[in-house]
Design a protein around this ligand. Structure first.
Ligand SMILES: [Zn+2]
Length: 138
């Protein structure tokens, strides 16, 4: 019997971020209902020219999950204080505003590519700000 799952979740490799993503998806009642693709920077890793080698791997995995798991959606979860955003930012001052701009541009770029490839599937994104308690574990 073919089971229908809900989504693929694209998220970052950052260790501080793993329990937050898990809790977020659990609260959305998605536990056990999603496939997972984790890459540095989440949407940044699959859109930025700096990480070009990773892009195809993501799309190949997404396509495999569409076929194998019959998913209907891509959920993209990025986070604040992301190392990949720092790399993209380069020598410019890295602050909250600059970082948010990097994430938003990447969400827009990814959504455009996604809607071209998969017009009937849904796209959702979330930007998680790390709280002070989590920042202590840096
Ligand atoms: Zn990150």
């Amino acid at each position: 019997m073919k089971i229908n799952y809900e989504a693929m979740v694209l998220s970052c490799i950052d260790p501080r971020f793993q329990p937050i993503v898990y809790e977020y998806l659990k609260n959305k009642k998605l536990k056990g209902k999603y496939s997972s693709f984790t890459v540095a920077g989440s949407s940044l890793g699959v859109t930025a020219n700096k990480f070009k080698k990773w892009h195809k791997t993501f799309w190949d995995n997404f396509e495999a999950s569409v076929k194998l798991h019959n998913i209907k959606k891509l959920i993209v979860i990025n986070h604040q204080d992301c190392g990949a955003a720092k790399i993209i930012n380069g020598k410019k001052e890295f602050n909250k505003e600059n970082e948010k701009k990097i994430h938003i541009e990447s969400f827009i770029k990814l959504k455009k590519i996604f809607k071209n490839k998969y017009p009937s599937l849904d796209f959702e994104f979330k930007f998680i700000e790390l709280n002070k308690r989590i920042k202590r574990f840096k």
